[in-house]
Ligand binder design. Sequence first.
Ligand SMILES: NC(=O)c1ccc[n+]([C@@H]2O[C@H](COP(=O)([O-])OP(=O)(O)OC[C@H]3O[C@@H](n4cnc5c(N)ncnc54)[C@H](OP(=O)(O)O)[C@@H]3O)[C@@H](O)[C@H]2O)c1
Length: 332
Amino acid sequence: MKFKALIVKEIDGKFIREISTKSIDELPESDVLIKVKYSSLNYKDALSATGNKGVTRKYPHTPGIDAAGIVEKSSSNQFNEGDEVLVTGYDLGMNTSGGFAEFIRVPAEWIVKLPEGLSLKESMMLGTAGFTAGLSVYKLEKAGIDKSGEIIVTGATGGVGSLSVALLSKLGYKVIASTRKQDKEDYLKKLGAKLIIDSDELDDKSSKSILSRRWKGAVDTVGGNILSTVLKSLDNGYSVASCGNVLSPELNMTVYPFILRGVNLLGINSAETQMDLRRIIWQKLAGEWKLNELDEITTECTLEQLDEKIDLILDGKITGRILVNLETSFRY
Ligand SMILES: NC(=O)c1ccc[n+]([C@@H]2O[C@H](COP(=O)([O-])OP(=O)(O)OC[C@H]3O[C@@H](n4cnc5c(N)ncnc54)[C@H](OP(=O)(O)O)[C@@H]3O)[C@@H](O)[C@H]2O)c1
């Protein structure tokens, strides 16, 4: 059987994207064949789609670290034909053919049954970005954040950023959104941000090892000097969940914020999150954490329309989330 997929090919050192067909036999041998209904675009997908060998070693390749759909065939007794399921992370879309296609085939251990309270579409409006925002909030709450002060979210108009702003606001935290896009103030306020600041304000160029105490928690999606500025400005004992590096993977700073203020740097790795915790986060996102702003945050596109979005996300020009609807894609 043939199905449609976005395929990235390496030709003479250049990476070319095209929508083409693949056969089921080309998918890796594995437990569960899933008919993908929705996927979503994450920053990592754009890296895979443009030949980043740290993400994807071998081409031709189909990216897409997220997929939600219906089980078509299963050799695992955990899943039956017709089950609604979702997959985020693990190796999906990295070196395993990913969700930018009508079918994936993956190990049963990677699959989460769609939790009650979420549709397949909503699960991919969230996708890895929503799961990462959820994991960040979960870890921050475990480490101890409170509602007495300000929580900063960096890269706030991005996928993880938007969903972190919306989730923290829903839970009653006073969220300050840091963005380079000052024209997105209304968008961020609708998601619940109390104040929007220019990300330049978090780019401290002084030689100070520690700055005035301000934040009582943070979700950082950008890394680099913005992350170190946030760490230097955390109040005593508070934490930052570090999940991204769109600005830079470097972290040049002293240990003083850690040893003089007892602040914490919480590492977030959504792709490798253990299944028990994965299920807990998805249950929360489907229940007590369910967001009303998903339509506001999401732009839907077809597989064919994904190409231009890949370039835009690499430039940091996407606001919110891109949902990929495999059902409405052009038929061959
Ligand atoms: N650790 C994990 O498990 C995990 C999971 C998901 C994502 N991530 C990482 O988290 C980051 C965000 O992912 P995403 O999918 O949310 O991407 P995204 O939608 O592109 O969001 C990134 C946002 O960061 C800001 N930004 C982009 N380039 C920047 C730059 N050069 N300097 C400063 N800010 C910049 C922009 O927001 P503003 O214009 O509003 O500033 C942009 O919208 C990526 O590094 C991704 O790899 C990690």
